[in-house]
Design a binder for this molecule. Structure first.
Ligand code: SF4
Length: 305
């Protein structure tokens, strides 16, 4: 069978993971159990599983060819025109990839909705980095923003994300996308913080829409993301935002030592908010081992340990 798009895309250099080779598990059409307001793909009815997909043999053949063709591939990124965990042979595919990948890492980008399916849960445990989304906690916002397939239960998703986070020996990153007037209210942010504390992932990436989606929705301003990062006290929060505003804030050594346990900062945060003098204070604290630079799946955080 031939597909509209090819199974493999890239390699693409990625800031976090190095050189990434993308694997599209649904190259023919969009197949997803969500219909998010912010989706950049064409609208399609939600589905429970894929009914049109490449075989494991086809995918493995393509991966082998590409691994031979390119000098360096750091990560195989499993994604889809839709939701990759709806690929019916995911477990078999991961087992086969794990036999041939050598030092190359595996990464999956999923909406997180299938985590409480036992077979998918167990398959995710075999992937080097699992990045799952969680945009809302209240049923009302979840329904409004992610427009999920019937039967999906948000409280079960959170419970199983927490279980997964404890059990996995690999990296688990959570992603939250904020949309104006939907999941940016205080009550929703407080609920998300509670869920994030329960889940305790290695890192939380927060962001907003940056390309106009099909529906008329608006991004949140940078200040909202900054305020979410402050609310998520003690969590490794990475703000993903194009053209971040540059500030010049002053922090003494004491300020830095009291700030970082509440809000671990990334190199980008420092670059955009610290004055030159504050950067010198920070460097001194790093040299004195009072502050450490801790890597969380490709993002460095300054933390007091
Ligand atoms: S989960 Fe991803 S692919 Fe599915 S509708 Fe939402 S944004 Fe689109």
């Amino acid at each position: 069978m031939s597909y509209t798009n090819s199974i493999i895309f890239g390699p693409i250099p990625s800031r976090r993971f190095g050189i990434s080779l993308g694997i599209d598990l649904s190259p023919g059409k969009k197949q997803c159990n969500y219909d998010c307001l912010y989706c950049e793909l064409e609208a399609a009815p939600t589905v429970e599983t894929m009914d049109e997909y490449p075989s494991v043999e086809e995918i493995i053949k393509e991966i082998k060819t590409n691994l031979l063709k390119h000098d360096r591939i750091d990560v195989l990124t499993l994604t889809a025109n839709g939701e990759p965990t709806l690929y019916p042979k995911l477990d078999e595919l991961i087992n086969e990839i794990n036999k041939i990948k050598n030092d190359t890492k595996t990464l999956i980008l999923s909406n997180g909705s299938t985590i409480y399916d036992e077979s998918i849960y167990n398959t995710l445990l075999k992937i080097d980095t699992v990045k799952l989304s969680l945009d809302c906690v209240s049923q009302k916002s979840f329904k409004k923003l992610d427009r999920f397939h019937k039967g999906i239960d948000i409280s079960k998703i959170i419970k199983y994300m927490a279980k997964f986070s404890k059990e996995t020996k690999n990296l688990f990153v959570l992603e939250i996308l904020f949309v104006k007037s939907i999941n940016d209210k205080k009550e929703e942010i407080d609920l998300l913080y509670k869920a994030v504390q329960e889940i305790n992932p290695a890192r939380v990436d927060i962001g907003t829409i940056d390309r106009p989606p099909a529906y008329n929705i608006k991004p949140v301003p940078f200040e909202t993301l900054e305020s979410v990062a402050k609310t998520f006290e003690g969590i490794n929060v990475n703000i993903a935002y194009k053209n971040r505003p540059v500030q010049e804030l002053s922090f003494s050594e004491e300020d830095i030592l009291s700030l970082l346990p509440r809000r671990p900062l990334t190199k980008e945060d420092i670059k955009n908010t610290f004055s030159e003098e504050s950067k010198i204070h920070l460097e001194k604290l790093v040299n004195e081992n009072k502050i450490n630079l801790v890597n969380s799946s490709g993002v460095d955080f300054y933390k007091v340990l």
